[in-house]
Design a protein around this ligand. Structure first.
Ligand SMILES: [Fe+2]
Length: 216
């Protein structure tokens, strides 16, 4: 008998579409934003109270339908809202330092205009002891490719950063945060975070064949 318990995983979701209507919608959005006083910005940590999707919802019908479906798939239900959203434009050498997102449970980025030279999204191991280097566990970061017409979603606690844009072509993406309605409490401790979260409210089989948590 062999049993693997995949404890405390960090699940990312990558969704990609092939719809030219969405590309046109985002191109239109970028033109609209660039006409305004900086409604885009270069620092995700200063994005309080901006919600691009609210402001531009009428011109993003196909994109927001697609992205909403992707979020539903990731979190496993429809009880959530886009709490913040913003446009990122990285000019040459632009990048994001390591950070995470507060007041939300899921964060994501939709990549509109990206090329290989724009670099990867770098995710950082959430194990707070990883930098001690005492156990040989030196897998500190994991790069995620930023394909155009794709969205990457991850738990908001996950620290992340971006590599420098090494291209003259601006890197254009849309960041967003998702606030979930509070779910039911899990069996041992913690909150339910959608269908991909294991709720340990049932006994599991130990190697001796007995069930852990089973009353005698
Ligand atoms: Fe971020």
């Amino acid at each position: 008998m062999n049993e693997v318990l995949d404890l405390f995983p960090t699940r990312l979701n990558i969704s990609r579409h092939d719809d030219s209507v969405i590309v046109d919608e985002i191109n239109h959005l970028v033109v609209c934003c660039e006409k305004e006083e900086p409604s885009f910005n270069f620092n995700a940590e200063q994005n309080d109270n901006i919600n691009l999707f609210d402001e531009y919802r009428p011109i993003l019908p196909v994109f927001l339908t697609w992205l909403t479906d992707a979020v539903n798939e990731y979190v496993g239900h429809e009880h959530w809202r886009f709490s913040e959203s913003w446009l990122n434009i990285y000019t040459k050498n632009g990048s994001q330092p390591i950070h995470n997102h507060k007041d939300c449970q899921v964060s994501g980025c939709y990549y509109h205009q990206t090329v290989e030279e724009h670099g990867d999204l770098i995710t950082h191991n959430p194990n707070s002891y990883i930098n001690l280097d005492v156990w040989g566990c030196t897998w500190k970061t994991y790069p995620v490719k930023t394909y155009p017409q794709s969205a990457v979603m991850f738990p908001s606690f996950l620290m992340h950063s971006t590599e420098n844009n090494m291209s003259d072509l601006p890197k254009i993406s849309i960041g967003f945060n998702v606030a979930l309605e509070r779910g039911k409490q899990g069996g041992i401790s913690g909150q339910w975070l959608g269908k991909h979260t294991l709720i340990h409210d049932k006994p599991y089989n130990m190697l001796d064949g007995k069930s852990y948590g089973q009353s005698e």
